[in-house]
Design a protein around this ligand. Structure first.
Ligand code: UDP
Ligand code: MG
Length: 352
């Protein structure tokens, strides 16, 4: 049965909202494992993935749910999943109103998931369902997060593998969670790890780092990676740039009150002292030798750009924080649900 969730602005009032949430609580139950799959125009892949995934999960003899999040697909993705879900109640679908991006879609799935363990994966067959039992084994060993490591990553070298190798090094250097492959979607989380973590941008890869604040046992596990055979990748090199910019935000958010001002204050002081030093040099040569060195103006210009750069970074960080505060204070969601299948009582935006 397809349930249409009214848009928040259409809800008559808070009471109505409360009703929706309580309805959700009343019907709440858990399963052993939730698979969360964001999909954006993956019709061919889903047809092949579903039987493969179900076979693996059925052999586990655990209770499970497969939550697809349709991130504004315009092909038959929605139709195929809806049909599958109508036959099997453990297949669930959240359709977003438009394309919100992989992280937001994943977040929608996390909010709906009721599994003790939550496993996100790609819907394009690049992650291998056969790795799921192994991930669960590691969770049973006592880890809170098991992160997949695509040792034989099947993506283009120059635009994907090389930049993401560099980004991985950088993330490992700057956060206290050391992994080889942060970007791998296939990971396993205990549900409590995902609570209270706000995701946006390209942030899904920083969940382990963000979660490290509450104290988690993280491990990495080699997983199989398969080349994309159907449909197109939605990302190129620009993704790595987004990742690096998001990394700065994560650093900032993790480092609380004093560190940012220490870092930026120090940089600011250094640049101010050097500009004063340069100015003194210019004045000295003017008085002592009565000459103007033409290159000085160029040098000053570069100093000026240096200071500008610092200001931009600082403003970018401030902007991020203000935006985050704004989002939180407005209760503005990072995704909006159009409708759901097999998710009665699901209240968008609230943890499952
Ligand atoms: N995806 C999504 N929304 C987007 C882009 C991608 O839900 O805006 C899904 C996509 O359908 C796939 C997964 O995210 O299931 C990974 O995307 P993709 O394969 O394009 O990324 P890559 O493997 O190239 O990093
Ligand atoms: Mg892919």
């Amino acid at each position: 049965e397809i349930r249409h969730i009214p848009r928040p602005e259409d809800w008559p009032g808070r009471l109505e909202r409360l009703f929706y949430c309580m309805n959700g609580l009343a019907e709440k139950h858990t399963v052993d494992c939730s698979i969360v799959i964001p999909v954006y125009n993956e019709e061919t892949n889903i047809r092949l993935l579903l039987p493969e995934l179900q076979e693996v999960l059925d052999n586990l003899h655990k209770t499970y749910e497969i939550i697809f999040v349709d991130d504004g697909s315009s092909d038959n993705t929605t139709k195929i999943i809806t049909e599958a879900a109508q036959q099997r109640p453990e297949i669930k679908l959240i359709t977003l109103r438009r394309n919100f991006g992989q992280t937001a879609a994943m977040s929608a799935g996390f909010d709906a998931a009721v599994g003790d363990v939550i496993i996100p994966m790609d819907g394009d067959l690049q992650n291998d369902p056969n790795d799921i039992p192994k991930l669960l084994e590691r969770i049973d060993e006592g880890y809170d997060v098991v992160s997949g490591w695509r040792i034989n990553r099947q993506d283009k070298y120059w635009t994907r593998r090389l930049p993401s190798n560099l980004a991985n090094r950088l993330i490992s250097l700057t956060t206290n969670v050391h992994l080889h492959d942060y970007g791998c979607t296939l990971k396993a989380y205990r549900r409590e790890v995902l609570q209270r973590i706000e995701l946006y941008g390209e942030m899904h890869r920083f969940i382990p780092a963000l979660a490290s604040w509450i104290g988690v046992k993280v491990t990495e596990m080699p997983v199989n990676h398969r080349a994309r055979t159907h449909g197109k990748s939605k990302y190129g090199i620009s993704r790595t740039i987004h990742v690096i910019l998001d990394l700065m935000t994560v650093k900032f958010l993790l480092s609380y009150s004093t560190k940012p001002i220490q870092i930026f204050g120090l940089l600011g002081l250094i640049s101010m002292f050097s500009s004063v030093g340069l100015m003194a040099g210019v004045v000295y040569t003017r008085i002592r030798y009565d000459m103007v060195i033409a290159n000085n103006s160029m040098f000053l210009l570069s100093v000026l750009f240096f200071i500008l750069g610092i200001q931009f970074i600082g403003m970018g960080l401030l902007g991020e924080v203000i935006m985050r505060t704004y989002h939180e204070s407005q209760g503005k969601p990072i995704y909006v649900v159009a409708n759901t299948v097999n998710l009665p009582g699901y209240c968008p935006g609230l943890p499952g």
